[in-house]
Design a protein around this ligand. Structure first.
Ligand code: CTP
Ligand code: MG
Length: 231
C-alpha cells in the first residue's frame, strides 16, 4: 500500500561546472544526494527508493544512505528519461502495476514535507506533479535576423513551472515513458511523457523553495533554505 520514489542522479552537472557531478557537492557539509535521500527517507508511507547512477559513479558507495535497506541502485542512461526508465524497469519486475511512483530529482534537496503531503494526500488525480505558478511574465520567442525576438506573451495566469516529485501509477508511467523514448519525443519530465498519450497531470501548487540546484549560486541558496528550515 506504500509508494516508491525514483531518484534520477546520473547527470554530469554541466551547468554547475564543478570538479564532480553536482549531486556530490557539499551542502552544509554533506553531499547533496545524501541530503536528498535522507529527506525522502522521512516521508511517511515510503516503500523504498531507487536511485539511478551513472555507470562510472565512484561517489555513491561512500554515502551513509548507500547501505540503507530501503535504498536500491540501478545504472542510469544518457538522458534523464533514460535514467528514470532504468529505475522503472527495476520496479516493473518487483511491484504491482498500480503502485504509486514519485520521481524526484536528486538535485532538489529542499522539498518540504508539506508539499509531499499535498501531492500524496490532497491531489485528486493519481497522475500529478508539484508546480509553481509563474511569477515572471513569460515570453515566447522567434528568431529574426539571427536574434531572439518576442513572438508573443503567454497569459501568466495559465503558466506553471514544473517541479518534482511527479507521480503516476508504475505501469502507466513505465509504458508512457518507454513509448515516448521509442518515438524519440523530447521528454524533460514525467508529465510530458504522460501528456503525449492523452493524460492531463494535475498541477499541485508547490513551494517556491523547492529549487533545482543547477548553477553555482544555487548552492548558497539551497544552504540558506535548509538552514532556515531546520534552525
Ligand atoms: N539526470 C540523470 N540522468 C541523466 C541526466 C540527468 O539521472 N542522464 C538527473 C540529474 O542527476 C538530476 C536530474 O536528473 O538529478 C535533473 O537534471 P539536471 O538538473 O539537468 O542535472 P544534470 O543533467 O546533471 O545537469 P546539466 O543539465 O547542467 O548537465
Ligand atoms: Mg541536464
Amino acid at each position: 500500500s506504500g509508494y516508491w520514489v525514483v531518484v534520477p542522479a546520473a547527470g554530469v552537472g554541466k551547468r554547475m561546472g564543478a570538479d564532480r557531478p553536482k549531486q556530490y557537492l557539499p551542502l552544509l557539509g554533506r553531499p547533496l544526494l545524501s541530503l536528498t535521500l535522507s529527506n525522502i527517507l522521512t516521508w511517511p508511507g515510503l516503500s523504498g527508493i531507487v536511485v539511478a547512477l551513472s555507470a562510472d559513479d565512484d561517489h555513491f558507495s561512500h554515502l551513509a544512505e548507500a547501505k540503507h535497506p530501503q535504498v536500491h541502485r540501478v545504472t542510469g542512461g544518457a538522458e534523464r528519461a533514460d535514467s528514470v526508465l532504468a529505475a522503472l524497469d527495476f520496479l516493473g519486475t518487483r511491484e504491482p502495476q498500480d503502485t504509486p511512483v514519485l520521481v524526484h530529482d536528486a538535485a532538489r534537496p529542499c522539498v518540504a514535507l508539506e508539499d509531499i503531503s499535498a501531492l500524496l494526500d490532497e491531489a485528486v488525480s493519481p497522475v500529478a506533479l508539484l508546480a509553481q505558478p509563474a511569477s515572471d511574465t513569460v515570453k515566447q520567442s522567434a528568431i529574426e535576423q539571427g536574434c531572439p525576438v518576442v513572438e508573443k506573451t503567454l497569459d501568466r495566469n495559465h503558466i506553471w513551472l514544473a517541479q518534482t516529485p511527479q507521480r503516476a501509477p508504475l505501469g502507466l508511467l513505465h509504458s508512457c515513458l518507454r513509448r515516448a523514448l521509442e518515438q524519440h519525443a523530447a521528454i524533460t519530465d514525467e508529465a510530458s511523457a504522460l501528456e503525449l498519450f492523452g493524460h492531463a497531470p494535475q498541477l499541485v501548487p508547490g513551494q517556491r523553495d523547492n529549487i533545482k540546484v543547477t548553477h553555482p549560486s544555487d548552492i548558497v541558496l539551497a544552504e540558506t533554505i535548509l538552514r532556515l528550515r531546520y534552525a
